[in-house]
Design a protein around this ligand. Structure first.
Ligand code: HEM
Length: 721
């Protein structure tokens, strides 16, 4: 049976109900309830007597409530998910027999769950952390799960170390602090004692660990898998998803603040985009190494602490993943979805990657304590292709009813026989092994620093500056000298300058004077996230605020709003009160929010139209801070006519030039115009670099995401965020 994009939706519909008008409230065993608001008790009008244990209706309601929670995931507890479609535009039939990677006419339904790793289920979205990127593909041959991250490498090489790394990063055992943070003694203690983590730590301290949106992150399978084609030839493979919108991050101060201001920032961002029909898309690619070339690299290709540099192993993009449907109910879908690295389909196989081998045990095992032995039967987890086992049955909460007399194989009826390979049966790649049994790893796994240097060298200047700041922040939160001194020392194997900056900032015992390892300056492409800009510049789904008080220029407000919306930006009006603000020309606008209800952190850019309202905004501390904070967070700010001096005053930096005569000016992403009519100001032909109009320039700045030059030139440090 071939699946279609709608197969999973149709499958879930069988289990989906919606309360209809007139549906009476019943107990779980079906009787109608006459009074759900009072426990059955003795009562005489003036006094209440004891409540009666007899009340089966009250007891059922309370019992159900008492057991509403299941254990949260032991890691990646905080997350959100959505449905989508996987399409192939080029067959990979030369390297795999898997239908999902072969058949370009198919549409495979998927469920994707994004997550953070450290925090509990109720922690904030924007913490510094790896993001999970777990994809379940409901293929015609069974479920295929890619349980990946937004960072292509991992902390450890051997799965037996996973409980240690997780315990070290999670809240400390004596006080359960901190939540959603890597900035504490135990994590950095572990980090020093595991030199293999040095590469991953560079990624975690980079902007990759504070994404702007789940829609703007890459996804990596991280581990090495195998692809096997119909001739039985094997290639090693890594899976990569690259977002159409580019890879973008928050800035750290902003991420910290959003953590408190809107802890659901990322999940809302994803849901809002899907609800608005702005479906996020990722290109899907393979990095392939033929089996016979396995030993041709200076690193072991089965070591999950290493990337396969694109210069050596190019990415072959063959498909596309789109998310296009939000869940109907969080618990039975996003909370109960269960991924397993061991879920592969014929044509895809494992490798001896020692991290993957352990993961294959761990996920399958943990689902039993989280969901019980019949977790594969849950609607979100079951395949959409036919599945049948006479042997795997019974256990708590078994749901399916299987008719027939036998529950074993072979049986006298020959019921439920296995499938041959030709019939689609899964066969393992017949790999030969000759080795000595031992608790060890092969020699190439012992080199830990080359790729940490490669990554750091490949970053742009601004990204390097962010890495130094991130280490400094994290180690500043460690209060045991041995922890922060050791880490700042260790950094000298990566880059002396980085090690020195961090040692000075955090008060390391000594400031390193010599590199602990020569850095030859080797770089690789694809590591700096600035390389991933959208192919066509866009401001689609960017959140843009327009600030208003009574007396604003309505033509400029309306014109800009419509212009931005035409480009598919999400525009929000922030006013002095939600009751309504009145334009100079008398129109009343009902703002989406009032100033105390919102913060600049929750928007990508801000526009202030001209008009007499500037006098009011100049006396509003939140509006004034909004501009300064937006500037400090490197966001585009635009002001027209009367708004120009208001903006200049909040930024108050000579280096930032605003329009001083008739015309449009752009300086450090601050776009201003004087003596320009509203209709002239909002004229836009396209999103392009050499735009000359006011709105055009603003849109171009928004499409660039942030103005890094402000920080590189030291302007940010002078403005109070
Ligand atoms: C390549 C390194 C790894 C990556 C990319 C990774 C990724 C993930 C992701 C994305 C999730 C969340 C799945 C979801 O959304 O439900 C997850 C959960 C989990 N991971 Fe990993 N992980 C890695 C290493 C490991 C290792 C080495 C182990 C254990 C040996 C492990 C054990 C777990 C467990 C137990 C869960 C919770 C699963 C659940 O309750 O559904 N992970 N991991």
């Amino acid at each position: 049976m071939a699946t279609t994009a709608d197969s999973k939706v149709a499958d879930l519909e069988k289990e989906t109900v919606e309360v209809q008008k007139g549906d009476h409230q019943t107990t779980d065993y079906g009787i109608k309830i006459s009074d759900p608001d009072h426990w059955l008790r003795f009562v005489d009008g003036s006094h209440n007597g004891p409540s009666l244990l007899e009340d089966q209706i009250a007891r059922e309601k309370i019992m159900r409530f008492d057991h509403e929670r299941i254990p949260e995931r032991v890691v990646h507890a905080r997350g959100t998910g959505a449905f989508g479609t996987f399409r192939l535009f080029e067959s990979a039939g030369d390297v795999t027999s898997a239908g999902v990677l072969n058949d370009t006419s198919r549409e495979t339904p998927v469920f994707l769950r994004f997550s953070t790793v450290q925090g509990s289920k109720g922690s904030a979205d924007t913490v510094r952390d790896v993001r999970g990127f777990a994809v379940k593909m409901y293929t015609s041959e069974g479920n295929w799960d890619i349980v990946g991250n937004n960072i292509p490498v991992f902390f450890i090489q051997d799965a037996i170390k996973f409980p240690d790394v997780v315990h070290s990063v999670k809240p400390e055992p004596h006080n359960e602090v901190p939540q959603g943070q890597t900035a504490h003694n135990n994590f950095w203690d572990f980090a020093y004692l595991h030199s293999e983590a040095t590469h991953m730590l560079q990624w975690i301290m980079s902007d990759r660990a504070i994404p702007r949106s789940y829609r703007m992150m890459q996804g990596f399978g991280v581990n090495t898998y195998s692809l096997v084609n119909v001739q039985g030839k094997r290639h090693f493979v890594k899976f990569i998803f690259t977002p159409e919108l580019g890879v973008h991050s928050l800035v750290w101060d902003e991420a910290l603040k959003i953590g408190g201001q809107d802890p659901d920032f990322h999940r809302k961002d994803l849901m809002d985009a899907i609800d608005a029909g702005q479906f996020p898309k990722w290109k899907f690619g393979l990095q392939l190494i033929p089996e016979e070339k396995q030993d041709d690299f200076e690193f072991d290709i089965l070591d999950a602490t290493k990337v396969w540099p694109e210069e050596l192993v190019p990415i072959r993009y063959i498909g596309e993943l789109e998310l296009n449907r939000n869940v109907d109910e969080f618990f039975p879908q996003t909370e109960q979805v269960a991924f397993c690295t061991s879920h592969v389909v014929p044509g895809i196989d494992f490798s001896n990657d020692p991290l993957l081998q352990g993961r294959n045990f761990s996920y399958f095992d943990t689902q039993i304590s989280r969901l019980g032995p019949n977790w594969e039967e849950l609607p979100i987890n079951r395949p959409v292709c036919p599945y049948m086992s006479l042997v795997n049955r019974d256990g708590a909460m078994r749901h399916r009813i299987t008719k027939g007399k036998v529950n074993y194989w072979p049986n006298r009826f020959e019921a439920n026989p296995p499938a041959t390979q030709a019939e689609g049966g899964f066969t393992s790649y017949p790999e030969k092994h000759q080795a000595v049994k031992s608790r060890d790893l092969s020699s190439k796994f012992k080199e830990h620093f080359n790729q940490a240097q490669l990554f750091y060298n490949s970053l742009s200047d601004i990204e390097k500056a962010h890495v130094a700041k991130a280490y400094s922040f994290e180690l500043d939160h460690c209060d045991e000298n041995i922890v922060y001194s050791r880490i700042s020392d260790r950094l000298s194997v990566v880059d002396l300058n980085l090690a020195q900056t961090v040692a000075k900032n955090v008060g390391g015992k000594t400031v390193p004077t010599k590199p602990a390892k020569e850095n030859k300056g080797l770089k690789a492409k694809g590591l700096s996230q600035l390389e991933y800009q959208p192919k066509t510049p866009t401001i689609a789904t960017r959140r843009i605020a327009i600030l208003l008080a009574d007396g604003f220029d309505n033509a400029a407000y309306n014109g800009m709003k419509q212009t931005l919306q035409k480009q598919n930006a999400f525009v929000f009006t922030i006013g002095s009160q939600r009751k309504g603000v009145t334009a100079e020309s008398g129109e009343v606008v009902i703002p989406d929010h009032h100033f105390p209800g919102m913060r600049s952190t929750l928007f990508d850019a801000t526009f202030v139209p001209g008009g007499k309202h500037i006098a009011t905004l100049s006396k509003n501390g939140i509006a004034k801070h909004w501009i300064a904070e937006s500037f400090a967070h490197l966001k585009p700010v635009a002001g027209l006519n009367e708004a120009v001096p208001f903006i200049a005053k909040q930024i108050a930096l000579d280096q930032v030039k605003v329009a001083s005569g008739k015309g449009v000016a752009e300086s450090y992403g601050v776009v201003t115009a004087l003596g320009v009519s509203a209709s002239e100001a909002v004229r836009v032909s396209k999103v392009e670099k050499d735009a000359s109009g006011f709105a055009e320039k603003f849109i171009w700045e928004v499409s660039k995401h942030r103005n890094w030059q402000r920080e590189l030139d030291g302007l940010v440090d002078e403005v109070a965020a």
